[in-house]
Write a protein that binds this ligand. Structure first.
Ligand SMILES: [Zn+2]
Length: 292
């Protein structure tokens, strides 16, 4: 597995969880909601240190702030009894993400919904809706904040680009049926999956039209938190890696473009054209490149 340095995602705050387990090879991401108070830090503080031995890799606050508490290649206790496509004990092969949300609510006084911990939320202010599914049952549910979904997609894209062993995204209710209802029925799972992976890889012609040719002689140096950067056939996170480029390598840039909200560069490496995420390449001058 090419993980992040020490399993920690660059650019997010890391607060080490008390219940950090042994090494794992993560294959799926399990999405949860916290069924907690919405106050920033309250769920994260609990998950970081508690006597019930629970922990999780990432927590996403209502305002989109992400904190990491367990390295991606270490075990966290987020799933409990669970089974994914015939394999039980999902903590042994998954990365857990907790999204702050009150969980299932009941009708409170007036136009309010009541969380299990007694707090009342205004239906209109929070956009709370009644919804019922066979797997989750009925209830009043709070939609996830836009900032949370945006932060989640960024996080998933970073995880799927940085952790080669990851194969899928699932939810707690799916792996612990009848026992768990998170994420809630308002969670846009298909949208999150398609924004993370792209519905399909764009075809060459579309990519060409959507990108521009870069001036001759422009070079970038790979600057990635791990040892190598994925070199891809198309500018998407689908399984399309054709090679990996070692950190520090200088490569010529052919094209650049924005795909699914992210900047990508087409570069030449090992005699092939392919795409890299622009954020992991530092521009260097022609003269600088000549002297290397
Ligand atoms: Zn859960």
């Amino acid at each position: 597995m090419r993980a992040f340095k020490d399993g920690i995602l660059p650019g997010v705050e890391f607060q080490k969880a008390r219940w950090t387990g042994g090494e794992i090879t993560p294959e799926i991401v399990v999405l949860h909601d916290t069924a907690s108070r919405l106050t920033k830090g309250s769920a994260a503080n609990y998950l970081r240190d508690n006597s019930r031995k629970v922990s999780v890799h990432f927590v996403i606050e209502r305002d989109g702030t992400v904190v990491q508490q367990v390295p991606v290649d270490r075990r966290a206790n987020h799933a409990g009894r669970s089974n994914y496509h015939g394999r039980s004990g999902c903590n042994g092969f998954s990365i857990g993400v907790e999204i702050v949300n009150p969980g299932r609510m009941t009708s409170g006084a007036g136009d309010k919904a009541r969380a299990w911990y007694g707090v009342l939320f205004d239906l209109e202010e929070y956009g709370i809706e009644w919804a019922e599914t066979p797997e989750q049952g009925g209830g009043l549910w709070m939609p996830y904040a836009e900032a949370q979904i945006g932060a989640l997609i960024d996080l998933l894209q970073s995880l799927f680009d940085g952790v080669d062993t990851l194969k899928g995204i699932t939810t707690h209710w799916y792996i612990s049926p009848g026992r768990k209802v998170d994420t809630n029925p308002l969670f846009p799972l298909e949208q999150v999956r398609s924004l993370t992976f792209g519905r399909e890889d764009p075809v060459d012609e579309q990519v060409e039209l959507a990108s521009v040719v870069v001036g001759a002689g422009e070079m970038v140096q790979i600057d990635v938190p791990g040892d190598v950067l994925n070199f891809r056939r198309w500018p998407s996170f689908n399984p399309n890696v054709i090679a990996t480029i070692p950190d520090g390598t200088v490569v010529p840039v052919l094209r650049e473009g924005e795909f699914q909200g992210r900047r990508w560069l087409s570069v030449l490496y090992g005699g092939q054209e392919g795409w890299i995420v622009s954020g992991y390449a530092a521009a260097i001058s022609f003269q600088e490149a000549e002297t290397r």
